[in-house]
Design a protein around this ligand. Structure first.
Ligand code: FEO
Ligand code: CA
Ligand code: CA
Length: 668
């Protein structure tokens, strides 16, 4: 989701407003007089030295010896053998010579039920939408059809399940003439049901046909999960008093997942969808908001006004207290959002699970450290809002291949990151039974009743322990060989105080940070970090080699991030409308960087007004899937700012894009 509209008026698209008003110091208040020039000149370089063999705290015990990167800068041959794509501002997709990009499963593609055809004037019904691909494609994963056999990877590159998120909607394009609003309220239940059904997740079985082209199969596995699909709540907060609602008086059942941004996939072959900018979908008109809503930015009005319609299915978006207790109203409904949700895509009857142990915030995505049989699983997630945090989860129990491992995400330790000025870092436990956490709570004068309370109030718990406020943590990716973790920090124009890990105030361009865990199994609490990249124009940027970015690789607002199996880092951008209009960067794009050499090139430029997001590949790396979200953002039925992918006169539609080489060999 882009940031062009921060006012969050009815139907405005935009990220949540910052809600971290904690007194947590920015890093350089802790370290004194660190100055921005020193950080820019030395911080990134220091980090680079650390990763290229110079010892840092903990580096001697890191997962992979520095020899992996000692080739820099003498690498014999480029691992990016393509000509960089030029910055562009056309309403099309550009890829390097020798490659092709083919739109696939755009919004409205029929996948299940009656397979209702998409109607160009957007007159499909709410029920049609529940049987079609949703709007605003985002995080995505390809599961080979044999993914759940063996160790959860699978090898089939010609047949599998494509699972993708639908982050939000452009209501003006979802309905023939936009949404109907009467006196500030929604008047059509059918319209709002269509909006609810355009959110969520799609599961689509796809296969290559005899010509080698990918096709949707009419399959019993095809499924739409929407913002109304029944879900179960698991983990320490299951049944918590703050999760009880009129629909679920015992606090164990939820309806729907929404604002599903980035994603994850488990080692056991299931999909993880992450609830990001959900807060704006709820209204609470009480005079005083409880902390579990105030700290998440709830307001007295909602973005789409779903709460303004009568009926239980809509009233749940109104968190105003109306009954004597929580079992009689929806005061706690917003507390059922902000979680990581696990979906078994191979079982269309499975009930999705909200895993509360992973914390509640504006989850962008979830990435796993390399997993080994008999070891705990470790994963990372960013809270994408200005000045929010990066989190880590370590399971209590061990991974056992071939068994059901879902419960690994229900019992474990949640930590939040502190990035120190000397490039060291700590994971701080958010555990009601941890003495250091208890001491921090006492100092801060904050009380948590139990671990469920900590998890429902994850942001507050992170404030209390003094986590580092980051520049909007978006996607993460883990290097397949070194185990280093990379995270995009997309931008933060609200930053007024620089620190080592977030070195620019009013950071409009964003950067990429990476770290190496001190412990070989990733489960420890110390790490060493460095800056991989400062995005921006040549005069205000730093490439992975330490040089300014240039015409072949300048970018802003890095967002999507993915390592291919050979350790190349794919970077996708989500520049806002104003940055697209006024910046030197052209349309949103995708680049590839080689951490081994520091080489980085632009691989793709997208159509007008779209962000590039979501990325996954077949095991043979002959097919790459990416998503184009909100082409022509800001369009209405009578003012189309893009007509991608269908061409002149047609409404723009979010879609997946299949990228392959014309000679059908591996992509790189
Ligand atoms: Fe939905 Fe943080 O992007
Ligand atoms: Ca973004
Ligand atoms: Ca994103």
């Amino acid at each position: 989701m882009t940031t062009h509209n921060k006012d969050n008026a009815l139907f405005g698209s935009g990220d949540e407003l910052p809600s971290n008003h904690s007194s947590n110091p920015h890093m350089n208040e802790l370290i004194g007089e660190l100055n921005r020039r020193q950080v820019l000149a030395g911080g990134a370089a220091l980090g680079a030295l650390a990763f290229f063999g110079v010892s840092l705290p903990g580096s001697s015990e890191a997962a992979e010896p520095a020899a992996q990167t000692l080739g820099f800068p003498f690498a014999p041959r480029s691992r990016l053998p393509f000509s960089p794509v030029a910055i562009g501002r056309t309403d099309s997709i550009s890829v390097p010579a020798g490659y092709k990009a083919t739109p696939f499963i755009p919004w409205g593609t029929p996948i299940t039920g009656r397979y209702p055809a998409f109607l160009d004037d957007a007159s499909n019904s709410a029920q049609d939408q529940a049987e079609q691909i949703g709007m605003h494609h985002d995080g995505m994963h390809f599961f080979p059809i044999d993914a759940q056999r063996g160790h959860g990877h699978g090898h089939n590159s010609n047949h599998g399940l494509l699972v993708l998120n639908h982050e939000y909607i452009d209501a003006p394009l979802l309905h023939p003439n936009g949404p109907t609003v009467v006196a500030g309220k929604r008047s059509s239940a059918e319209e709002v049901r269509k909006e609810i059904n355009a959110h969520g997740v799609s599961v689509v079985e796809i296969r290559r046909n005899v010509r080698g082209d990918w096709e949707v199969m009419p399959s019993a596995r095809n499924r739409r999960i929407t913002a109304a699909t029944p879900m179960q709540i698991q983990g320490p907060a299951r049944g918590h008093a703050l999760l009880r609602t009129r629909h679920s008086p015992d606090g164990t059942a939820a309806r729907g997942t929404q604002n599903n941004c980035a994603n994850g996939h488990t080692p056991w072959g299931t999909y993880l969808t992450c609830e990001e900018n959900w807060a704006g979908y709820f209204a609470n008109r009480d005079t005083t908001l409880p902390r579990e809503q105030k700290r998440y930015g709830l307001r007295s009005t909602s973005r789409f006004g779903w709460d303004t319609l009568p009926g239980d299915e809509f009233e749940r978006f109104d968190a105003t207290r109306k009954a004597e207790n929580a079992s009689g109203d929806y005061r706690n409904e917003p507390n059922q959002f902000g979680w990581i949700v696990e979906i078994d895509p191979f079982n269309p009857d499975s009930v999705p699970v909200k895993h509360t142990a992973l914390g509640r915030f504006a989850h962008e995505g979830l990435v796993f450290a390399p997993v080994r049989a008999g070891k705990r699983v470790v994963c990372y997630s960013g809270d994408d809002s200005q000045n929010e945090y990066i989190y880590k989860y370590v399971s209590r129990d061990k991974y056992r291949p071939g068994r059901s491992n879902s419960q690994l995400l229900d019992n474990g330790a949640l930590y939040v990151g502190r990035f120190n000025a000397d490039n060291s870092g700590q994971w701080l436990a958010l555990d009601v039974n941890d003495p250091a956490f208890q001491a921090a709570c006492t100092t801060a004068g904050v009380t948590f009743a139990d671990q469920g309370d900590v998890l429902i109030n994850t942001r507050l718990a992170a404030d209390v322990v003094g986590a580092t406020k980051m520049d909007r943590p978006e996607w993460g990716a883990v290097h397949p060989d070194t185990g280093e973790i990379y995270f995009t920090l997309t931008n933060n124009t609200a930053r007024t105080t620089a620190d080592a890990a977030n070195p620019r105030v009013a950071n409009a361009h964003g950067h990429i940070i990476r770290w190496r865990e001190e412990s070989r199994d990733h489960a420890g609490t110390n790490f060493a970090w460095s800056l991989f990249l400062l995005a921006g124009p040549p005069a205000d940027s730093r490439s992975p080699t330490g040089q300014p970015l240039d015409a072949s690789n300048m970018l802003a607002s890095p967002d999507g991030l993915w390592f291919d199996p050979e350790g190349r880092l794919w970077i996708q951008t989500d520049m806002s409308g104003s940055q697209l209009a006024s910046g030197p960067f052209g349309n949103n794009q995708m680049l590839v960087a080689d951490p081994k050499t520091g080489e980085m090139k632009r691989f793709l430029v997208g159509p007008l007004g779209a962000e590039i997001t979501g990325i996954t590949a077949t095991p043979d790396m002959r097919t790459l899937f990416i998503n184009i979200q909100h082409p022509g953002e800001g369009s209405t039925a009578t003012n189309l700012l893009s007509t991608w992918p269908d061409g002149p006169g047609k409404r723009p539609r979010s879609a997946t894009v299949i990228i392959s080489r014309e000679d059908r060999r591996r992509l790189l």
